[in-house]
Ligand binder design. Structure first.
Ligand code: ADE
Ligand code: ZN
Length: 335
């Protein structure tokens, strides 16, 4: 079996995927036409050519603008359904998906419209594709904590359909401490907790996300390597890191894939997973992320199995849901 076929055959969970970041230019143009919205680009090709980022903020500016074509329940459904089809092709059996309600409610789109479209797609994916999923609501960290509290209020009637919360958007200058109260409230409500930390921000943000926000996973977290004591703790406590290789290259967290620290993190005993973050903007879905990092760092098939196994173990599902995926993974590993 060639390497890409092997990667796709591994049952895996995707744990770090922003649904708004899976908006391909083709769908962006279709939705713009459907909704009578003018785009700043003349064509799909011109749009892709504009995806030359220098850092996280340069990406976020384009990503938030792109999300402006999402208006109706059907738009959110179509967005998520397109992602599920790509994920299925890459062997994703389970996805824990971020959405950014504040990006939409700030434009006057009701919270319920966003959630209804995503939820309908999740149900169809389960039934038609056999892909299971959960939704994680992300708070935008460049906005005040009061805004996050208002978003949580809007989410309250729908908590059976929201499995957890995350923290995303501009990291530098937006420390975890800013969101300590809203995360404490989410914890009381029984929601799962994750946060982006140590992508562009310092290793201390990872520590603060654990100690102040009490998160169960760290999104990105690659800068943990700068703090040996933190590394030791992440390994000992088996705190999963949701690493996104193509994202890290496109946003210049590392100068090249060969210089990515994923193998060092793995060798030091951390629970590392591979994910696609914003695949429509960064040049590939989860299979491509596995493939490019495997080739650049010469990862063995055993290491790829470990990465896929980590993703299943790090997901917020029950042991009963996880068991058949793990069994299938071991079967592929031993084939
Ligand atoms: N929102 C979407 N992708 C993100 C990323 N990689 N970091 C922070 N916020 C994001
Ligand atoms: Zn992200």
């Amino acid at each position: 079996m060639d390497l890409l076929a092997f990667i796709r055959a591994l049952p895996k969970a995707e744990l770090h995927l922003h649904l708004e970041g899976s908006l391909e230019p083709e769908l962006m143009f279709e939705l713009a036409r459907r909704n009578g919205i003018a785009l700043p680009y003349a064509s799909v090709e011109e749009t892709r050519a504009a995806y030359a980022f220098t850092d996280l903020q340069s990406f976020l500016n384009i990503y938030y603008a792109g999300a402006g074509v999402l208006i109706h329940e059907r738009d959110f459904h179509d967005l998520a359904m397109a992602y599920f089809q790509r994920a299925k092709a890459d062997g994703v059996v389970h996805a824990e998906l971020f959405f950014d309600p504040q990006t939409h409610t700030a434009r006057g789109i009701p919270f319920e419209t966003v959630l209804a479209g995503l939820e309908r797609a999740a149900q169809a994916a389960r039934k038609e594709l056999g892909v299971s999923s959960r939704l994680l609501l992300c708070f935008l960290r460049h906005l005040p904590e009061e805004d996050a509290f208002r978003t949580l209020e809007q989410a309250m009637p729908h908590l059976q359909r929201i499995h957890g919360v995350g923290l995303d958007s501009s990291e530098l200058g937006q420390p975890p401490a800013k969101f300590q109260r809203v995360f404490a409230r989410c914890r009381e409500l029984g929601l799962h907790l994750v946060a982006h930390a140590g992508e562009e921000g310092p290793a201390s943000y990872i520590k603060d996300a654990l100690d102040l926000l009490k998160v169960q996973r760290i999104d990105h977290g690659v800068r943990a390597l700068e703090d040996p004591a933190l590394m030791e703790r992440l390994a000992r406590e088996r705190i999963p890191l949701t690493v996104c290789p193509l994202s890290n290259i496109k946003l210049r967290v590392f100068p090249s894939m060969a210089q990515h620290n994923l193998k060092q993190l793995l060798d030091l005993g951390l629970c590392i997973t591979i994910n696609s973050d914003d695949p429509a903007y960064f040049g590939g879905y989860i299979g491509q992320n596995y493939l490019e990092i495997a080739l650049a760092l010469k990862l063995t098939r055993t290491e790829l199995v470990t990465l896929a196994r980590n993703s299943l173990l790090a997901s917020f599902v029950t042991d009963a849901e996880r068991a058949p995926w793990l069994a299938k993974l071991e079967a592929v590993a031993n084939s």
